[in-house]
Design a protein around this ligand. Structure first.
Ligand code: 16G
Length: 264
């Protein structure tokens, strides 16, 4: 007798059906934090712990709201914030996805290490050099130091999950830390420990073509496009604590910024 059942097409048993809310964790409607902030936290953690992977689609806002038992406005507000941070991306007509390229907020004063960890990536660096030096006449203006003042220089290749992402050349005044060895995995961690993490920064972004030497270090082709961001970080009292030139791979990074219309 022919076997008529369709093989492999079987509804999963009731208790194995997991909704999106089960994957990211439910919200606590009795909790103190506003629901949109709770949702942002759950999504951030899901991305960081790789429960959600790059390019994963989020359910439609309406479905997500229903699944979580919150309003669509709450969902919209939570997602807007994470799009602004660069963790999620919206594709016209297709929905909201976990960002695959590194979408970095242009207005957030975060470190490379923090940026990668928040995306579930493992940051690492190799040293090109880590040395004590003196301010050049040209640098003295940007750093606000007298020519000849001692500085530390940190030149690194920055990796995420073993993929080279950026070249970084940082100079910090010597008053910021006890010596160049104070910086191990993260410059900002070292600055934070000594109470000199920048509280404000100015950034300039420019398109560049990688030189043969830079391309070699990053494992890309010579004259491939890159983004040069120069960051000048300041303490609250106005002293400059960092001048860094970061050369990011153009094929791996998007810089995003949220803009608000001036109040009328
Ligand atoms: C980021 C910063 C860079 C800073 C570095 C510290 C931009 C454009 N640049 O790459 O200025 O020096 O982080 O990272 O965001 P670390 O603490 O991981 O060493």
């Amino acid at each position: 007798m022919p076997h008529l059942a369709l093989r492999g097409v079987r509804a999963p048993p009731e208790d194995t059906v997991t909704t999106f809310a089960d994957r990211i964790g439910r919200l606590d409607s009795a909790g103190h934090a506003p629901l949109y902030l709770q949702l942002q936290k759950q999504l951030r953690e899901a991305i960081q712990n790789q429960v959600l992977s790059p390019n994963d689609a989020l359910p439609a806002e309406r479905d997500l709201a229903e699944d979580l038992g919150v309003s669509r406005i709450t969902v919209r507000k939570a997602l807007d914030g994470l799009v602004g941070e660069g963790l999620l991306t919206r594709r016209q007509g297709a929905g909201t996805f976990v960002a695959a390229r590194v979408e970095k907020s242009f207005s957030k004063l975060s470190s490379f290490t923090e940026d990668m960890i928040s995306r579930g990536r493992v940051p690492r660096s190799t040293w090109l050099s880590r040395a004590t030096g003196q301010v050049t006449p040209e640098e003295s203006l940007t750093l606000g130091l007298s020519p000849g003042a001692p500085v530390y220089r940190f030149n690194r290749i920055r990796f995420a999950d073993d993929a080279p992402m950026a070249l970084e050349y940082s100079t910090v005044p010597a008053f910021c830390m006890r010596g160049p060895e104070a910086v191990e995995a993260s410059l900002y961690e070292a600055l934070e420990k000594s109470g000199h993490r920048p509280a404000r920064a100015l950034q300039r972004l420019r398109a560049v073509l990688f030189t043969p030497e830079q391309a070699d270090l990053l494992g890309v082709a010579s004259r491939d496009p890159g983004l040069l961001i120069e960051r000048r970080g300041f303490l609250r009292d106005g002293r400059v604590v960092e001048v860094t030139q970061s050369y990011y791979r153009g094929d791996a990074y998007d810089f995003v910024a949220e803009l608000n219309a001036a109040p009328s």
